[in-house]
Design a protein around this ligand. Structure first.
Ligand code: ARG
Length: 467
């Protein structure tokens, strides 16, 4: 730094001021990824500069220069003209340094009453709120496609599985709406993470607060934050909101991974329940007949990297003494990567669901061939006064006999049933896949009338969320 305050702006360029002659080593550089924070960094700086002007901490003249200079920097970055310098380490110093080149000494007043510690926390909170909003929207888009598909399959029957063994018949819409619920919880979690990020750290300075009469509330309003941080030491070192975003992302990826796993199984020749659209499958380089479910597999596969980002950050913040430590710079790559991944995965899944062709016959066949009506047949005996456990044993014996004879329940005569229990009468012959699903007429059950209600409720929820 020059000792004379009329020294050339060249000498006061923050690269020289902050780093002296020492060049940043590759190891400490972050600008190749944190440049993504430029919009948040610049809007934070504009709000801060305006507030400094309003409070009489810097001259209005300088505020105008700073704001104009930052507007020009935005243009340069967006047009690709901006010259990023890794020796300036991060987004903050790159912007500040360019501001010096553009407006000279006034640039030096911008960092009054501010530290990179509260600055980067502010930028990252703004960025995370944006990522939460995009993830939330992507959840809704996927939920919308699930409901659309469900609407045409309120009467499409397939086996419901436990242990991947056929269990009881369900309608496809009910199965799809189970995923609606998962992504609904994910959307809620993204909204909650956005709320956690919605606290403004500026004014915390390096960590103790700043000795200037700031109007923190005014800056918070300008930047659309709902509140200001209550403790400066916490504010510069808190990254919980990123952990929350990564947690929401991890669960969303877990749900996507489950959905994709089912689509992969369902689109296999063995199941043949669905066909995925060509846009989401690809051929094999050697086997001409193949249509591989690549998108579904990649989403399933990318789940690992999102979990990795969560684990990485949890480990990074563990054991950090108050307040800011450079370790915290490690928060961003995982955040950006997880956001890119979860949003792209949600969008791909929405496209995939929209393009599904359902083979209702195959689904029905799978339900009809097995013993998915066993519970209903046992329940029939319960209706005749038999305790459920006894009914269970009778039907279990009956199914063993069927397996030995190589027939399904559908092929049995009344007399066959009566050999298992003399309480069976002709009513048992009326038990069908349709009667079985219709019988599950409880709230949350698979009876088509309940599922139609659930679809109406899902649409209402989506409309409300989109308001
Ligand atoms: N690049 C840094 C980060 O991402 C900015 C804050 C640097 N603060 C400091 N005291 N070195 O955390």
């Amino acid at each position: 730094m020059t000792s004379h305050n009329k020294g050339s702006s060249e000498n006061k360029n923050p690269a020289a001021a902050v780093r002296g002659s020492e060049l940043a080593s590759d190891f400490t550089v972050s600008v190749h990824y944190d440049a993504r924070l430029y919009r948040e960094d610049i809007s934070g700086s504009i709000a801060h500069a305006r507030m400094l002007g309003r409070q009489g901490i810097i001259e209005q003249d300088d505020v105008e220069k700073i704001v104009d200079g930052l507007a020009q920097i935005t243009e340069e970055i967006e047009s690709g003209e901006f010259e990023w310098k890794s020796e300036l380490e991060d987004i903050h110093m790159n912007v500040e340094s360019r501001l010096y080149e553009l407006i000279g000494d006034a640039a030096g007043r911008l960092h009054t009453a501010r530290s990179r510690n509260d600055q980067v926390a502010t930028d990252t909170r703004l960025w995370t709120q944006g990522a939460c909003a995009r993830s939330f929207e992507a959840c809704l888009a996927l939920q919308t496609e699930l409901v659309n598909l469900a609407e045409s399959h309120v009467d499409t029957i397939l086996p419901g599985y436990t242990h991947l063994q056929r269990g009881q018949p369900v309608v496809l819409a009910h199965h799809l709406l189970a995923y609606f619920e998962m992504f609904d919880r994910d959307a809620t979690r993204f909204a909650q993470a956005a709320e956690s990020a919605d606290v403004m750290p500026l004014g915390s300075g390096a960590m103790a607060g700043v000795p200037y009469p700031l109007d923190r509330g005014w800056v918070a309003d300008e930047l659309d934050f709902s509140e200001i941080s209550r403790n400066s030491m916490d504010a510069v070192s808190d990254r919980d909101f990123i952990v929350e975003f990564l947690t929401a992302s991890s669960l969303a990826m877990a749900h996507l991974s489950r959905l994709d796993e089912e689509l992969i199984i369902w689109s296999s020749d063995e199941f043949g329940f669905v066909k995925l659209s060509d846009d989401f499958t690809s051929g094999s380089s050697i086997m001409p007949q193949k249509r591989n479910p690549d998108f579904a597999e990649l989403i399933r596969g990318k789940t690992g990297r999102v979990y990795g980002s969560l684990m990485g950050l949890l480990t990074t913040i563990k054991g950090l003494p108050l307040t800011y430590n450079r370790d915290l710079q490690e928060d961003k790559e995982g955040l950006f990567d997880a956001a890119d991944t979860v949003i792209a995965a949600l969008e791909s899944a929405a496209g995939m669901v929209a393009g599904i062709t359902v083979n209702a016959d195959r689904m029905r066949q799978a339900a009809a061939n097995g013993f998915v009506l066993a519970t209903d047949i046992a329940d029939y005996l319960v209706g005749k006064g038999v305790p459920f456990r006894e009914a269970y044993i009778a039907v279990s014996e009956l199914s063993k006999q069927c397996i030995a004879d190589g027939v399904g329940f559908g092929e049995l005569e009344l007399a066959d049933f009566q050999r298992a229990s003399d309480l069976f009468d002709e009513g048992v012959m009326d038990i069908t896949l349709e009667s079985a699903v219709a019988a599950r007429d409880v709230p949350g059950g698979t009876a088509p009338n309940r599922v139609s209600e659930a679809i109406a409720e899902a649409k209402r929820m989506l409309a409300e969320a989109q308001e």
